[in-house]
Design a protein around this ligand. Structure first.
Ligand code: ADP
Ligand code: MG
Length: 706
């Protein structure tokens, strides 16, 4: 649902100085369609994507020994004479080329060699400069597949220090390296967007110099994220992110919303019918939401709290407020099954309050769908619950006042949602997320939103007993399950993605399900990501209904599903999961009145980090504490957030290392915008270029429109 008109305007506004960087990689010499595809996979489509793809390693070719002194195992560059060619007697043997300098001989070894090519590059009697790894085999020196073979007068071709980049299958390192070098040559001299005084204090190079330096490491130490050049680049990226978020937020604030306020009649009715009272945290969150809704500007608020913290109830009360104020409300869930669950849970509250609610997912079709759409336009439906289907073109509200988006664990979705707006209507937006995000991450992922946090859980919840066991004790776990299901218990059994291939993982999970079936009888069911949604729903329904007592699942599918009867969570290969993921899995149980347990089964030996993770889990069940610890334990270089879709990803900044830079970038962005809200000053213009450079175009759009 991108607005194409807007995109065109944005492209036209991009400063011309940046044009060369926004050329596609295929415009580089030597990049054909095949390489272009692979490079797009690894870095992106445009030159600007290449320059921010920093090296992950370095090869030092400065070691230039005489052969007699060459150390095996090292990368060496040697000047040799070609003595003779030794073609193999059969195809399985390698082709050898014997060479020497004045101290010793060495054999270059080629498998699947093309003889004509070798004759051309290594003619007998010629002198060549070769570079590659030296090996010693049967006390003879050899070099399998030299990286470089060049005539001595082309010494300059041979990099002294060669950056190593992350690759994908089929993409030769040399090709990617060459493409990146080509892209770097196109980096123009850009106006400086950083405060000169700050640059000086930090001792950071200019942007273009920082790029060139970061791509030319000479030693391992140059790869550290804390070098001046890498710090500067990380800061630039974070600054772009923070500027964009502040601009978007300011825009949201300035957007005319509507005053949604009532006497709280509907809310009181619904509350009166609830079997419980709101916790203090819930009351506080609701008050914050209501205050926002009552303002004439548009609300953009995040409601954070663990699964089961009581977010949905709060959201429903806010929806009732909106209805009482004469508007309609929408509640969007990430999956069909969750939408149905919300509908079922909230329907009684709606009925008590006398509010009309309807469901709309991809499965509501034909006359039923027509009727719902008609009711919506006429205002006969007050609250619509559904999936993404809510935002289809043909769904029109009479007057949408509040949109609640339940993201569960996929954060980042809101950024798309909020930027769209439906037609002329600018509804207040409340996003619910069950991902407790560390403060540093919240700044980047949700920096444009106001945040309400629901700490803790509703009263009456018993803590989940967490145990950590090695795989050898799997037998005991099965025995424990046998006893528990005999007493009517319900259990999840999670098998993670371990192998690279989903097929293999699925097979492993299926084997596990079969084993459990053999041991415990046929009350064992299975769900996995490759299943048709209808089959998956059917399996879940059986589990909820008790027909199935043990549900084997691959990874974290359908995490939001609420089965209060489930009291046991078994996680195999717990060492493979991130802390936050384990916490979320554990949150599946302990939702009913029964005593619950979580059994984390690991494959020894446990690394230090895995050990610390499991220990943290045993010690706390506060999602916010766990989130902070998670970030700390990930350490530099590791991917943040274990690939949650829609997440903000940085190419050069690493939040586990650059947390302080993020805070500085935030202050910097705030100050810059408070001095120059339209980014019109000299620095302002440079900051605009920065925003384009890091593809925060949508933020620039707000500068104009505001
Ligand atoms: P979340 O949306 O954060 O996952 P829910 O709002 O679905 O949590 O609440 C989880 C469960 O706890 C629901 O069954 C709900 O009825 C119950 N609940 C919510 N608030 C309270 C409360 N204040 N006291 C007792 N139970 C509550
Ligand atoms: Mg919920």
């Amino acid at each position: 649902m991108t607005d194409r008109r807007t995109l065109i305007i944005v492209v036209n506004m991009r400063p011309s100085i940046l044009f060369p960087l926004f050329a596609e990689t295929r415009t580089l010499p030597g990049i054909g369609p095949r390489l272009e595809k692979l490079i797009t996979q690894i870095a992106g489509k445009r030159l600007v994507d290449l320059i921010v793809d920093l090296p992950t390693g370095v090869i030092d070719r400065s070691y230039r020994p005489k052969l007699i002194a060459a150390e095996a195992g090292r990368i060496a560059t040697v000047l040799i004479n070609v003595l003779d060619h030794l073609p193999p007697r059969d195809r399985r043997q390698p082709y050898r080329v014997r060479c020497s300098d004045d101290t010793a001989t060495i054999e270059l070894v080629f498998f699947h060699a093309r003889e004509d090519y070798l004759n051309k590059t290594l003619p007998v009697g010629s002198q060549r400069l070769i570079s590659g790894r030296i090996e010693r085999f049967n006390n003879k020196l050899q070099m399998p597949h030299p990286d470089y073979v060049v005539p001595p007068d082309q010494d300059a071709e041979l990099p002294l220090h060669e950056p190593v980049y992350a690759l994908t299958e089929g993409l030769p390192g040399k090709s990617l390296g060459k493409a990146i070098r080509g892209a770097l040559e196109k980096v123009p001299a850009l106006p400086e967007w950083q405060e000169p005084s700050y640059l000086k204090v930090q001792n950071w190079p200019l942007f273009a110099d920082a790029l060139r330096k970061a791509h030319a490491p000479a030693h391992e130490a140059d790869l550290a994220p804390t070098t001046p050049e890498r710090s500067r680049l990380a800061y630039d990226e974070l600054l772009a992110n923070q500027l964009a978020l502040i601009l978007i937020r300011a825009r949201m604030r300035a957007t005319k919303g509507r005053v949604l306020q009532g006497a709280g009649r509907l809310k009181a009715r619904a509350l009166g019918a609830l079997a419980f009272a709101l916790t203090e945290a819930q009351q506080q969150a609701l008050a914050e939401i209501e205050a926002d809704m009552a303002l004439p500007s548009r609300m953009l608020r995040l409601l954070q709290g663990d699964v089961g913290a009581g977010k949905t109830v709060v959201a429903m009360l806010a929806l009732l407020d909106a209805v009482e104020a004469g508007a309609q409300g929408a509640l969007m869930a990430p999956t069909e099954i969750l939408a149905r669950q919300h509908m079922a849970a909230l329907q009684p509250m709606a009925e008590t309050a006398g509010v009309r609610m309807a469901l709309l997912t991809g499965r509501e079709r034909g006359p039923l769908r027509e009727a719902t759409l008609a009711g919506l336009v006429k205002g006969e439906i007050d609250i619509l619950v559904g999936t993404h289907a809510l935002f289809s073109e043909d769904v029109a509200f009479r007057d949408l006042g509040l949109a609640v988006i339940d993201e569960q664990h996929r954060f980042g979705v809101h950024q798309r949602m909020t930027l769209q707006g439906k037609g002329e209507q600018l509804a207040d937006v409340l996003v619910m997320t069950a991902t407790p995000i560390p403060r540093t991450l919240a700044l980047t992922a949700y920096g444009d939103m106001d945040v309400s946090r629901l700490h803790g859980r509703p009263p009456g919840r018993k803590p989940v007993e967490t145990r950590v066991l090695p795989t050898e004790r799997l037998g005991e776990v099965v025995e424990h399950l046998r006893k528990a299901i005999a007493k009517g218990a319900r259990a999840y059994w999670v098998c993670p993605l371990v192998a690279e291939s989903e097929k293999i993982d699925l097979a492993a999970a299926e084997d596990r399900a079969a084993e459990l079936k053999a041991a415990l009888g046929d009350k064992v069911g299975m769900v996995h990501g490759k299943m048709k949604p209808a089959d998956r729903d059917a399996a879940m329904a059986k589990f909820k209904g008790g027909e199935i007592a043990i549900l084997v699942a691959t990874t974290v599918i359908e995490v939001g599903v609420d089965v209060p009867e489930a009291t046991i969570m078994v996680v195999e290969h717990a060492e493979r999961f991130g802390l936050a993921q384990l916490h979320q899995l554990r949150g599946r149980v302990g939702r009913g009145s029964g005593k619950s347990s979580c059994l984390l089964v690991y494959q020894p030996p446990l690394g230090e980090t895995a050990k610390a993770r499991l220990k943290t889990l045993r010690e706390t069940d506060d999602g916010f504490v766990i989130a902070e610890e998670d970030l700390r334990l990930r350490g530099p270089g590791e991917l943040l957030g274990t690939r949650q879709s829609g997440q903000v990803e940085f190419r050069m900044a690493d939040l586990a290392v650059h947390g302080e830079l993020l805070a500085a970038a935030r202050d910097d962005a705030k100050l810059a915008l408070s001095r120059d809200p339209d980014l019109r000053s000299q620095r302002g213009e440079a900051l605009r270029a920065l925003l384009y450079l890091f593809s925060r175009d949508e933020a620039v759009r707000y500068l104009r429109a505001g």
